[in-house]
Every structure is written in structure tokens, then in C-alpha cells.
Design a protein around this ligand. Structure first.
Ligand SMILES: [Zn+2]
Length: 284
């Protein structure tokens, strides 16, 4: 059962087609597909006798110093995401998009490509941390995105392997410099071109109901999104197993709801509720 507050707000939103119902999602959504967050211990990487944290290795600085090391780490991550399948949460998000049409927006911190595999549309999905299925020039000779090279074998990949041949494949087709993964690194900033910064901030200002699911809110853009929604009088629903930044800022607020539930269960209930409200609307 959804909280009455959420149902009431949903009704108001459905009567105002130019207001958005937005979903801000993070690693918690993909955990059921077997994808680690790569921010914690799963992201640690050992090379020789040195142990790197994700915050050290996932940086443009490290790519400049030791691009082979960074690529080994990414190819290992890619070998996991490549064969992962979307789960119930991804499919429910896709079903909710189908119900809501242009009122729907999905802002995702996940780079694993699972929204695409579940059928979410490119137009209403905003990948604010990039997309593992693409690479781009590490030297920015152009801003073009290239599909991740099919010639790189991701099956049965040894954790630390990297061949001469792969090194040749991972070169920019225009200038011959090294390609890089199309993801936002820890020492980089959001922008409109790659990460849809302005578009997403605009959407946040049109959002009457924001669902935050499976993210602890560690980065700057999610915080700005929530501030915009609250400032414009929107409601925020935080769905998380554990307390995080968002549950703290929403605690005691009239237009905040905290739900401690699995994302797949919550999204299934929500999808059914939206279906019900839409069919009631059709009758009147
Ligand atoms: Zn280039």
C-alpha cells in the first residue's frame, strides 16, 4: 500500500500534464542485477603492490598518468555490466514511463546500460554519470561518442589482463589518441553536453513529485535537483533500505516521505497505483 500522501499527490500531478513526475535513481536499483556500486570495496583495485580506491583510480588525473591501469579497471567493470540483466525495478520504471508518457523523467546515476536493456526511452532517460556502452576521445579532439568497441572480448576476462591488440583498438578514430570511457570521473564536473546538466536542472523545476530510489545522495547534482523540487513546493519520496542524506533532509518535512522498502517492491506497487488512477480518470 502506498502512503495516502503519495496517492493524493499523484492525483494532482495526473491532472496537470505539464508537471513532471521524476525518478532519481542510483546504484541500489542495479544491486539486484548483481552489479556492485564500485564506490566501496568492490571498486578497489590492486596493481602490483599498490591498492587504489575508486576515488583515486576513477579520475582524469589517473587516466593521464596511467591510462592502462584505468582501462584495466574499466574493462573489468564492463565485463560485469555487459552480461548483467535488468531486474524488476528497471522493468517497472519502463512500465511507469509507458503509463505517464511525457510527464515522466528518469535521472539515473547508473552507467551500466540496464535502463536501455529494459526498454526505457533515450529521450526521457538522463544518464548524469555517463554510459559504459560508449567511449570518447580522451583528448577531446571532438565530443563525439562511439559505441564501446565490439572487438574487445569481455567474456571470461582475467581481472588484470590487457593486450597489445586491445590497446590498439582503444584509440580515437579521428586523432589516434587514447579513447576513454564515457563516464563522469571523480575529479570532473557535470556539464550539459555529456551529462545533461541544464536539461536535468530544468526538469527538476517542473517536477511536482520526485522519487529518489537507491541512492545515498553523495554527489552534487542530486542535491541541487532535490533543492529545486522542494523550493517549488514539490513532494519528495525517498525509497531506501538504509538512511542516507535524503532521509535526513526530508525528516519531519510536510512534503517529504521516507519509505524503507526494496525498490522493486515499491515500484511495483507504484505502477499498479498509477494504473488504477489512470483508469479511474478515464471513467470520469
Ligand atoms: Zn581524438
Amino acid at each position: 500500500m502506498l502512503a495516502q500522501k503519495i496517492v493524493d499527490k499523484l492525483k494532482v500531478c495526473l491532472d496537470n500534464p505539464n508537471r513532471k513526475i521524476t525518478f532519481l535513481v542510483g546504484a541500489g536499483i542495479s544491486a539486484e542485477s548483481g552489479i556492485p556500486t564500485f564506490r566501496g570495496k568492490d571498486g578497489y583495485w590492486t596493481s602490483g603492490s599498490v591498492n587504489y580506491t575508486p576515488q583515486e583510480i576513477g579520475t582524469f588525473r589517473m587516466f593521464n598518468l596511467a591510462s592502462v591501469l584505468v582501462w584495466k579497471w574499466y574493462l573489468y567493470r564492463k565485463s560485469i555490466t555487459e552480461f548483467a540483466l535488468p531486474n524488476q525495478s528497471h522493468f517497472m520504471l519502463k512500465a511507469i514511463e509507458d503509463l505517464l508518457g511525457n510527464q515522466f523523467a528518469l535521472v539515473s546515476q547508473n552507467v551500466d546500460g540496464l535502463h536501455r536493456k529494459a526498454g526505457s526511452s533515450e529521450e526521457r532517460t538522463f544518464l548524469i554519470h555517463g554510459d559504459c556502452d560508449f567511449v570518447r576521445c580522451g583528448d577531446e579532439c571532438s565530443r563525439e561518442l562511439y559505441p564501446f568497441p565490439k572487438e574487445i572480448d569481455l567474456k571470461n576476462r582475467a581481472k588484470d589482463s590487457f593486450t597489445e591488440r586491445e590497446w590498439k583498438i582503444l584509440k580515437c578514430p579521428k586523432c589516434g589518441e587514447e579513447l576513454r570511457p564515457h563516464v563522469l570521473w571523480f575529479d570532473e564536473f557535470y556539464n550539459e553536453y555529456y551529462y545533461k546538466l541544464d536539461t536535468v536542472l530544468n526538469i527538476s523545476k517542473q517536477t511536482s513529485l520526485l522519487f529518489i530510489i537507491g541512492t545515498s545522495g553523495a554527489t552534487n547534482l542530486p542535491r541541487r535537483i532535490t533543492e529545486n523540487v522542494l523550493r517549488k513546493g514539490g513532494m519528495i519520496v525517498d525509497v531506501n533500505i538504509a538512511d542516507g542524506y535524503f532521509s535526513h533532509i526530508l525528516e519531519g518535512k510536510d512534503n517529504g516521505v521516507i519509505v524503507q522498502e526494496k525498490s522493486s517492491d515499491f515500484l511495483t506497487t507504484l505502477k499498479e497505483q498509477i494504473e488504477l488512477l489512470l483508469s479511474e480518470k478515464q471513467k470520469t
